[in-house]
Ligand binder design. Structure first.
Ligand code: FPP
Length: 248
């Protein structure tokens, strides 16, 4: 846990420690748009604005790692127009992130298989990752990401090491397995937030969430704001994290 670097905007979490790692399932963009008679793509554009606002706020209050679920391995099933719109929002965001990198000082990482993205988007992602690698505060964008897919890839990587004689089955520990995940080196999320009223994990950070605290809210992601984030943190602070043990 880190303490906030600056004053929070609301009194809800004043004086309380902030989680070191917050992860968010940015859900409800489609419903937000439908409620307004707008196309789903408008919901994603609004959701992208919320991502900007909340990632900035997390940085401001001292969150060290911020992870968002932007596009799952299953989201390719959506209409091509919607997929293209999300990819184009990502492209726009990465261009800005590269332009403003020295001002923002945030390390950008991706969890997911980027090989299916367009060459242009992949190049931007590679550039953002390479240019930001020395910054300490880290934003992880889950793109073409699935928790099961991540686990299978890690298992495959370890099996390949065994087949090549670089490892033995008994070498596999939880730490050795974690080191083969997209999230290698990143501490597990302390708090996972899911807006929009859905109460499920949807293949998000399956391995890493073993002892994460969850916060569910009915607010749709485009309407999610700093105040709701503070409510989530206040709720997190009221939890007793025992990791399977007993509080002394
Ligand atoms: C889930 O809501 C949202 C997505 C699948 C896409 C989220 C993507 C963005 C907010 C843009 C990402 C850009 C950056 C830069 C991180 P939904 O469409 O499933 O909503 P619904 O359940 O209401 O239909």
């Amino acid at each position: 846990m880190g303490l906030f670097s600056r004053e929070p905007k609301f009194e809800i979490m004043e004086g309380r420690p902030v989680p070191r790692h917050i992860a968010i399932i940015m859900d409800g963009n489609g419903r937000w748009a439908r409620k307004r008679g707008l196309p789903r793509t408008a919901g994603h554009a609004a959701g992208c604005e919320t991502f900007r606002k909340i990632s900035n706020y997390c940085k401001k209050i001292g969150v060290k790692y911020f992870t968002v679920y932007a596009f799952s391995t299953e989201n390719w099933k959506r209409a091509q127009e919607e997929v293209d719109a999300i990819m184009s929002l990502m492209e726009q965001y990465l261009k800005e992130a590269i332009r403003d990198m020295q001002k923002n000082q945030v390390r950008i990482c991706f969890f997911g298989d980027l090989s299916r993205l367009s060459p242009e988007l992949r190049a931007l992602a590679d550039e953002a990752v390479a240019e930001s690698r020395d910054y300490e505060i880290q934003a992880n964008i889950c793109l073409n990401y699935g928790g099961r897919d991540e686990i299978v890839r890690a298992a495959r990587a370890f099996a390949a090491d065994c087949a090549a004689g670089r490892a033995k089955p008994e070498d596999l520990t939880e730490d050795a397995f974690s080191a083969r995940l997209f999230s290698a080196g990143v501490p597990d999320p302390d708090l996972i937030i899911r807006p929009s009223g859905e109460v499920r994990t949807s293949n998000f950070l399956l391995w890493q969430s073993a002892y994460s605290e969850y916060y569910f809210t009915d607010v749709l992601w485009p309407d999610f704001d700093e105040e709701e984030l503070e409510r989530a943190i206040a709720s997190y602070n009221g939890r007793s994290r025992r990791y399977g043990g007993i509080k002394p």
